[in-house]
Write a protein that binds this ligand. Structure first.
Ligand code: AMP
Ligand code: ZN
Length: 457
């Protein structure tokens, strides 16, 4: 089966073929670096990584561009509220540049810990101000913009299919809107450039043909995607919240400038939910990857959990589910580890695996297939090679994982140490009791000449 992906522009599962043979260009919207990313945000990057791995397994070379939003994203996603970066700066007492660098570094380290492959190009909005100004100037010349007291706006009435991606009901939006849209002509019109307010004292502002200010959030992605990938490339991704506003507006700007919808396929990862609602930085316990590590989880336990759900379904997070994922991943690791040297991968299972991935990235079924391989009557060497091949899609790092590298939980290490001391003191009853406790916790103690080693059972 050839690769089929669900494209939100056509709302269809479509056969994927790259525009340029053999090579796939991807743009995915990156983090707004005013704070840490929560594990919900990270689910979206795990989805994009799964897509890249599936494309590579299909023999394509992938060229991936990801932006860092370090200016212009307002607290409302639309044109109201404050710049998240300026707000984050006040919250932390650090400069906007300092927090951008800090949260970008943490984000990149999170990706590494999750075995997410880096994009080929990282691009920051603040490094591309001239490109954004040139973009706006171009669409201004073509008659798509107007000026208000607070900025330059895109006139969405100039496009006859504005809102197609989200199937927006434009008439309904226009007749029903009660919110104050200021001087905007229509609720769907959006800011391309905002003027700095005289009382604002912004840290990040630039001169422009329209006055001192800063770019809107959407223009950065259109300008940078076009710079690195051209007017029309293969796949654009982001989270589902990007469909009605951010991606809709990226498309509108690009249609105005170059007459294309920017990307051939539009893919969106669905939300991670916390207590039934979209996980958000402003709500509930702020779950960072580091917090999961502090509670004794491996970041890849979270990756496993994400692969148990399809990217086009919302996934509920709770610690019971994470514990189940940890148990499953540890079982997978130890079973793969015990298979010895790899032989030749089984072509039938590899074909079935590719069919699951090619069916709109069905990682949950691909994972189930991995367990079938372990239960099958293939030889140990064939099982090992087949699972290592699967892991090029899963990204659990099974090949480089060695049971000896495993981090043993602290309470087990304490019991093992107490048992060693009891043994040295020749208190054999106590030593046996403690050894049994370690075994009940799922671990074995191996005595060497002058020390001991703890291993998973
Ligand atoms: P932000 O840093 O807010 O710009 O978001 C970064 C990425 O995370 C975007 O692609 C969002 O669509 C995505 N995102 C935000 N919240 C969630 C969530 N609860 N689950 C999955 N993805 C999310
Ligand atoms: Zn974007």
């Amino acid at each position: 089966m050839k690769l089929h992906l669900y494209d939100n522009w056509t709302r269809q599962l479509r056969l994927f073929e790259p525009l340029e043979p053999g090579r796939v260009g991807i743009y995915s919207c990156g983090p707004t670096v005013y704070d840490y990313q929560h594990i919900g945000n990270l689910r979206t990057y795990i989805f994009v990584d799964g897509l890249k791995r599936a494309l590579r397994l299909n023999g394509y070379e992938v060229f991936h561009v990801m932006n860092i939003t370090d200016v212009g994203h307002l607290t409302s996603d639309a044109d109201e509220g404050e710049d998240k970066m300026e707000k984050g700066s006040r919250r932390t007492g650090k400069s906007a540049r300092e927090i951008a660098d800090l949260y970008t570094d943490v984000f990149r380290s999170d990706l590494k810990q999750l075995n997410i492959t880096d994009p080929d190009v990282w691009c920051k909005a603040t490094d591309h101000i001239p490109e954004q100004i040139a973009f706006i100037a171009d669409i201004e010349k073509k008659g798509f913009t107007y000026k208000t007291a607070d900025g330059i706006y895109f006139d969405t009435s100039k496009l006859n299919d504005y809102g197609h991606l989200a199937r927006l009901d434009i008439e309904g939006l226009e007749s029903g809107h009660r919110i104050d849209i200021g001087e905007k002509r229509r609720p769907t019109d959006f800011a391309l450039w905002k003027f700095s307010r005289p009382d604002e004292h912004r840290q990040m502002e630039w001169d422009s043909p329209w006055g001192i200010g800063f770019p809107g959030w959407h223009i950065e992605c259109s300008a940078m995607a076009q710079k690195y990938l051209g007017d029309y490339f293969d796949i654009h991704c982001g989270g589902e919240d990007h469909i009605p506003v951010h991606h809709t507006n990226e498309i509108a700007q690009t249609q105005a400038r170059s007459g294309t919808r920017l990307a051939n396929f539009w893919l969106h990862g669905f939300f991670l939910l916390q207590s039934g609602e979209k996980m958000a930085k402003s709500k509930g316990e702020f779950l960072r990857l580091q917090l999961l590590c502090d509670k004794g989880y491996d970041p890849l336990d979270y990756r496993y959990l994400c692969l148990t759900g399809h990217y086009r379904s919302q996934l509920s997070f709770n610690f019971d589910a994470l514990l189940a994922a940890q148990t499953a991943l540890n079982r997978l690791r130890s079973q793969v580890n015990s298979l010895g040297e790899p032989g030749a991968a089984d072509p039938t299972y590899v074909d079935r695996f590719m069919a699951e991935l090619n069916d709109d990235l069905n990682f949950p079924r691909a994972l189930a297939l991995a367990w079938d391989v372990l239960k099958s009557d293939l030889s140990a060497g064939a099982k090992k090679a087949t699972l290592l091949k699967f892991d090029q899609g899963f990204g659990f790092g099974l090949e480089s994982y060695h049971i000896e590298d495993e981090v043993i939980p602290e309470h087990i290490m304490r019991l093992a140490e107490a048992r060693w001391q009891a043994k040295l003191a020749r208190n054999f009853a106590e030593s046996d009791r403690l050894r049994k406790q370690v075994q009940e916790g799922g671990y074995l103690i191996e005595d060497l000449a002058d020390r001991y080693r703890v291993k998973r059972k």
